[in-house]
Design a protein. Structure first.
Length: 279
């Protein structure tokens, strides 16, 4: 199972051209859906407005500093998902992110590079495909059952579903059915065709619902993180105040209540000491 190319075996019943066309159509759906999503939400307009504000109203940011900000964004916000304060949420996100990248790249290479059994597939490719799918499944189910904000903090049941869950649910369905289809195919199960049909349905929903799901966040989130860091470098900070300095008397006197003037400004972080299950 883990060392066999499931798409090469599938070529006995479905021509490689059809499989390759399907992958291309999914890529087009992602690109088109992302563009429509950006236009509808006006996120690109918001990004460039803030970018222009940082350049015109803030301090001048040189080319070297811009490169440094870009490197920090890639290293902290993209590669290591440093924006997550919860370490378990961060691990789950990294599992899902890198698992999906491995799974998608391995799929493309096998479908286009080794589409039939006539061309021997390097064993590492199907192994990476299965490992990537397993990583997504582990990170995704971990997130769904234990880490989601409305489950862990608000006490909602795990089966409560809203439109924002479309991305994670279709992603989990796709990789789960991919693994089940591969296992059924390897064992010669009579349910292989059913698993294949369900896998294609889930995958089509995943890539075809970009306009309504959170799929496109993987593209515009790095841009938003970069813009935020640039606004901090220029001093505009998106019109947000500077972080409070407890050693500054002016910051201590900002409290409207006399009782709170000697209280720590970060006292609200005490909620992180235990799980918020008191609602």
């Amino acid at each position: 199972m883990f060392s066999s190319n499931p798409f090469a075996e599938l070529s006995a019943s479905i021509p490689p051209d059809i499989m390759q066309t399907y992958v291309i159509v999914m890529v087009i759906l992602v690109i088109g859906g992302t563009l429509i999503d950006v236009i509808h939400k006006k996120s690109a307009k918001y990004f460039f407005l803030n970018w222009r504000k940082s350049k015109t109203q803030g301090n001048s940011v040189g080319g070297g500093e811009t490169v440094s900000v870009a490197v920090q964004t890639i290293a902290v916000d993209v590669i290591t998902s440093g924006e997550f304060c919860n370490p378990w949420r961060r691990v789950a996100h990294l599992l899902g992110m890198y698992g999906f990248v491995i799974y998608a790249i391995a799929t493309a290479i096998m479908v286009f590079g080794y589409p039939t059994a006539a061309s021997a597939t390097p064993a590492i490719l199907p192994q990476l495909w299965h490992i990537g799918a397993l990583m997504v499944a582990v990170g995704g189910y971990w997130f769904w059952f234990f880490i989601r904000v409305d489950v862990s903090a608000e006490g909602n049941p795990w089966y409560r579903i809203i439109r924002a869950d479309l991305f994670i649910l279709s992603l989990l369905a796709s990789v789960t059915l991919a693994l089940l289809w591969s296992g059924a195919q390897s064992s010669g199960s009579p349910g292989t065709s059913i698993m294949l049909g369900l896998y294609l349905m889930a995958t089509t929903v995943l890539f075809g619902s970009v306009v309504w799901s959170k799929f496109s966040h993987m593209f515009y989130k790095p841009a938003a993180a970069f813009e935020k860091r640039m606004s901090e470098a220029s001093g505009t900070r998106n019109n947000l105040p500077e972080p409070a300095d407890r050693t500054d008397p002016a910051d201590r006197d900002r409290h409207s209540m006399e009782l709170l003037k000697d209280a720590p400004l970060n006292m609200g972080l005490g909620i992180k000491r235990e799980a918020p299950r008191h609602y």
